[in-house]
Design a protein around this ligand. Structure first.
Ligand SMILES: Nc1ncnc2c1ncn2[C@@H]1O[C@H](COP(=O)(O)OP(=O)(O)O)[C@@H](O)[C@H]1O
Ligand SMILES: N[C@@H](CCC(=O)OP(=O)(O)O)C(=O)O
Length: 374
């Protein structure tokens, strides 16, 4: 056996993500046989001592049938209503399916916001750790009913990567309806399977297409998820749900993404990968140098313009003078407060406006430099 794959076979904590298309029928009902087949694999592995976190999509898809909808609705409110109905059905099914192995599940619903706000992510981390200690299988999904369009993950691939990091998992297994990453859309003739990915250069020229009718992200979000996880030191296997047993046994199925071994903080991981800014701050070249190369906080003196309507605490993109986004950060002021601060020193602002204006626009701990600018 490939020694890299050994990491999956020997993992003592695994995050397994399964997509909608592997759990539901085209009619929008739970596919009981496929759920049971997946639980057979996970239940057996749990019984052998491995802790398992299951990140399961399928709430929206499983809500379609009960609501009499023929296809995934386009509008967010109906998707959220379907998720609300479907999530209950889904968890009920997992509860009875895992009970066949004497195992209990615990529902955990997270938003992208929870990954960012320190108090929330500390709580999520603690609850997941406790569930695992208690021998429970946490079943995680995005909290679809409260997540708004701009901020939601939409697919669970990136959420699963962040959960793998949050729980310090030994590996992430992404299960879909396709058995591997291919160099082209596998529905096209001649597409070839990638058995492993060692880094970005292995992905050059790979065509990443959209998914089927029930899934959302297609391969693009799965590859993004793999980059997030491997960048945080967690290896990833991507394969079909039907090959779950082989993947967990470390057999050569699907695509193996080798880990890179850096461990950035979870909150910043979210900031870099799971969102786009709510607005933009344009930096002069001195501020770019300070923030990107010297990892300093961003002060109002180095900002030339502000765009967008954001509130204090929101993520904003930081642009260099030609307009290219180089970093992202959690801003300390509302958009409307910023214009009068621009170009002025913090000391001058404190004297003119009061001591609360002495703070930086964005604290260095709340800034991530985007990948190509490291
Ligand atoms: N290069 C590629 N390699 C593999 N699959 C691809 C590729 N490009 C597009 N796809 C499609 O992506 C789909 C999986 O994405 P999706 O439907 O979102 O799955 P899930 O619901 O499991 O998250 C596959 O069915 C496949 O047809
Ligand atoms: N949270 C959503 C996930 C949406 C979705 O389809 O995701 P995926 O199948 O992983 O591409 C749900 O449960 O329906």
């Amino acid at each position: 056996m490939d020694s890299a794959r050994e990491r999956i076979r020997k993992a003592s904590r695994l995050v397994v993500k399964v997509g909608s298309s592997s759990l539901t029928t085209p009619q929008g009902m739970i596919d009981v046989d496929r759920v049971d087949a997946l639980v057979d694999v996970l239940g057996a592995r749990r019984k052998s001592g491995t802790q398992i976190v299951l990140v399961s999509s399928g709430a929206i898809a499983a809500g379609l049938g009960p609501l009499g909808l023929a296809a995934r609705p386009r509008d967010l409110a109906t998707q959220q209503a379907a998720a609300s109905v479907g999530q209950g059905v889904l968890v009920a099914r997992y509860t009875s399916s895992f009970a066949r192995y004497g195992l209990r599940v615990g529902q955990v619903l997270l938003t992208a916001d929870d990954m960012m706000r320190r108090s929330h992510h500390v709580n999520a981390e603690r609850t997941l750790a406790r569930l695992l200690e208690l021998g429970i299988v946490p079943v995680v999904n995005e909290n679809d009913t409260v997540a708004t369009d701009e901020i939601r993950f939409g697919d669970n691939d990136r959420l699963a990567a962040l959960v793998a990091h949050l729980t310090r998992a030994d590996a992430l297994v992404l299960l879909s309806d396709v058995d591997a990453l291919y160099d082209d859309d596998p529905r096209r003739p001649g597409a070839r399977r990638l058995t492993e990915v060692r880094g970005p250069s292995d992905l050059l020229g790979v065509e990443l297409g959209k998914g089927g009718a029930v899934g959302t992200g297609g391969m693009i979000t799965k590859v993004q998820a793999a980059k997030i996880a491997t960048g945080a030191g967690v290896p990833v296997v991507l394969t079909a749900a039907a090959h779950a047993a082989q993947a967990l046994a470390g057999t050569d199925v699907g695509t193996y993404f080798h880990p890179e071994g850096r461990h950035p903080g979870t909150r910043l991981l979210w900031l870099a990968h799971a969102t786009t800014g709510r607005g933009r701050l344009h930096l002069d070249s001195g501020a770019v140098e300070a923030v990107v190369n010297r990892r300093k906080s961003l002060l109002p003196a180095g900002v030339t313009a502000v765009e967008g309507d954001f509130a204090a605490g929101d993520p904003v993109d930081l642009c260099e003078p030609r307009g290219q986004v180089v970093a992202r950060g959690l801003v300390n002021f509302d958009a409307g407060e910023i214009p009068e601060l621009l170009g002025r020193s913090t000391r001058e602002l404190a004297t003119a406006l009061g001591p609360e204006y002495e703070r930086e626009l964005i604290h260095r701990d709340d800034i991530v430099i985007l990948e190509s600018h490291h």
